[in-house]
Design a protein around this ligand. Sequence first.
Ligand code: SAM
Length: 222
Amino acid sequence: MSHTTWSDVDSYLCGRLLAPSPELDAALQSSAEASLPAIAVAPNQGKLLDVLVRASGARSVLEIGTLGAYSTIWMARALPKGGRLITLEAVAKHADVAQANLERAGVADKVEIRRGNALESMHQLLDEGAGPFDFVFIDADKENTLPYFTLSLQLSHPGTVIFVDNVVRNGSLIDEETNDAQVRGMREFVDHARSERRVEITAVQTVGSKGYDGFAIAYVTA
Ligand SMILES: C[S@@+](CC[C@H](N)C(=O)[O-])C[C@H]1O[C@@H](n2cnc3c(N)ncnc32)[C@H](O)[C@@H]1O
């Protein structure tokens, strides 16, 4: 099986299952025009986030890593009336593009972009007594996945769902000798997660238009 097949199957699935969305297409287009990296979730993964937000009954979402707000729009649309989403972004240009995309998509009233380093923003949220959040999507610098996960737990309640993206990293996750800081970050996260008593957690490999990767999903129990 090749990357071409994975992309073709993604096109087939997205073409048949996902409703067209000019606003989501525009978010990707304006991100590309502003030279943001093309590392947003694939459309069918955006829809997976949508389904998970709905299925978990989430009214509050925390996203770590905004980019151009593509995934943000998917999740904001899935929230019920009165639902809120806070998304954390360090790069000012990304946050600017994201804000415009949220406004064009008509969800800016539900979403707050917090600019700055996400670790600092999460400590601020804790200091403010924000949360607990019902759904957390971790998708920023992979080196910090474990601290993001640990802080997310502090911002959670029993029943919170935590979704961690890009865990498998083209299979390099199992390379014990790796010098890649992003892979090491994911290995630290997985090693910690297996001993974390407050969650039920699994991880799943995926292939598709974004290549070979995978995600972890955790349910907070206590
Ligand atoms: C993979 S992209 C997010 C993609 C987005 N969730 C989507 O699917 O549309 C990661 C984002 O995290 C941001 N980021 C990286 N390190 C960060 C940090 N320490 N604090 C906050 N944001 C950070 C990057 O600037 C980038 O915009």
